[in-house]
Design a protein around this ligand. Structure first.
Ligand code: PLP
Length: 441
């Protein structure tokens, strides 16, 4: 097929996610390696978002590819009730990476169904039905996960599922109140949350679901003590704490799981993306031993044809092994430090940069019209002139591939990126920010 025909068919026959279908212009991909991908004209693009923050190990990882091929030669599929080496190995590896209190894994196809099953398990275990999640969150787009999601991508599912309650996240930069310290911020948010739970009726709340670090809504890093405080509230009322690690997990933040940055142990962890880096889709729900034991004599009423798919689990085993064998965490922490320094310099230098938030290789640049008033570069939910899209387009022209959300640009490269590569790419970002300074504010 010619590249033109690939694009033509895409436009004619494919419904593309989150897009108006009339004006699509997809790049036909010819090949990809490391942190780069190429079109058929030989143009080289740098992937500065790890696709959808899932391709943590970049393109063409041989260990993962070989593991998939080896599994293909053995068998491609058996149902969830059969035991396979890949599934048994991966489940053990995941439990060993989690705190000692964790017991078992339920495998899913991706992140949305991981979160849906996490909620279902929490409801079955607690016998309660309400679920708390946050406004600035994305937990997936299927019906249940879309109802957990707090941001506008949930709107087409409304009116929502009864009992899915939203609370505000600790977005200190945009809080109406000024805080003297992180601790003061934490106290404020936890007081509000606790009060809300009391008004909802604590005995009806099964779980609090949070992205450990809010990802696509702006890399919102919780203030000191926030997550342990949520843990205490959960313990006080017998509520389960579910950390959505779909985006923040798998080394992205400089720890294997993001919650490990915060001295807290959740009851349930949902994961996907980086467990296989998308080489084959896979997600899952890891639960505490206590929850796992409950299902020894209670029916686990969850099921997916492809739960524990052999090819996905084989990819997962190779991928998770690779994280440790290649010391990926060391690279994330080393290059992440450089990225953090560059972002701080940008905040200092550019009037349009209101805030930069970063941890490991997980970061967002928040653009404003005015640093003092913090007026966003585009109003919330109303970028009618397509300004953010045009900035992403400018970066794309420079072959810096990423995405925006509201008034933010994201820098979430594959975790194998080198210091030299990140410096080279961030020069392009700097040029675009200079344009914003000069032309848009
Ligand atoms: N949870 C988080 C935090 C995510 O970022 C995403 C996707 O971006 C999901 C869940 C949904 O995952 P999936 O698209 O694999 O269903």
């Amino acid at each position: 097929m010619t590249p033109e025909k690939i694009v033509e068919n895409h436009k004619k026959y494919v419904l593309q996610s989150w897009s108006k279908q009339g004006n699509l212009n997809p790049i036909p991909i010819a090949k990809a390696e490391g942190i780069y991908f190429y079109d058929f004209d030989g143009n080289k693009y740098t992937d500065m978002s790890s696709q959808l923050v899932n391709l943590n190990l970049g393109y063409g990882n041989k260990a993962i590819g070989d593991a998939i091929k080896e599994q293909v030669d053995k068998f491609c599929f058996v149902g969830p009730s059969y035991a396979t080496e890949a599934k048994s190995t991966l489940a053990e590896m995941i439990i060993n990476l989690l705190p000692d209190s964790f017991g078992k894994v339920f495998f899913t196809n991706a992140g949305a169904d991981a979160n849906e099953n996490a909620v279902k398990i929490a409801r079955m275990f607690t016998g309660r039905n309400k679920v708390f999640s946050r406004y600035r969150s994305y937990h997936g787009s299927s019906f249940g996960a879309g109802n957990l999601t707090g941001e506008p991508r949930r709107y087409p599912l409304e009116p929502g599922i009864p009992g899915f309650v939203k609370f505000f996240d600790p977005y200190v930069y945009r809080e109406a109140v000024e805080f003297e310290s992180e601790e003061a911020a934490t106290k404020y948010y936890l007081t509000k949350l606790r009060e809300q739970i009391i008004y909802e009726g604590p005995d009806s709340v099964a779980a609090i679901v949070m992205e450990t670090i809010t990802g696509s809504n702006g890399v919102i890093i919780p203030p000191k003590g926030y997550l342990p405080g949520v843990r205490r509230i959960c313990d006080e009322f017998g509520i389960l704490m579910i950390c959505d690690e779909v985006m923040a997990g798998w080394c992205r933040t400089g720890k294997m799981f993001a919650f490990q940055n915060f001295d807290v142990v959740p009851d349930i962890v949902s994961f996907a993306k980086g467990v296989t880096c998308g080489y084959v889709p896979l997600g899952g729900v890891a639960v505490s031993q206590k929850i796992a034991d409950y299902f020894d004599d209670h029916l686990l009423s969850c099921g997916l044809t492809y739960s524990g798919h052999p090819l996905a689990c084989a990819a997962g085993v190779a991928c998770v092994n690779y994280y440790s064998e290649a010391n990926i965490l060391d690279n994330v922490n080393k290059v992440g430090k450089v990225l953090g320094e560059i972002l701080e310099e940008m905040k200092e230098k550019h009037p349009c940069v209101g805030d930069v938030r970063y941890i490991g290789l997980f970061s967002a640049i928040e653009l404003v019209k005015d640093k003092k008033t913090k007026e966003p570069l585009v109003p919330y939910g109303k970028d009618e002139k397509g300004i953010m899209g045009s900035l992403v387009g400018m970066l794309k022209k420079k072959k810096f591939m990423t995405y925006s959300h509201e008034n933010m640009l994201f820098v979430n490269p594959p975790l194998i990126i080198t210091e030299e590569q990140i410096r080279e790419e961030m020069v392009k970002m700097d040029e675009v920010l200079t344009y914003v300074d000069n032309e848009l504010i």
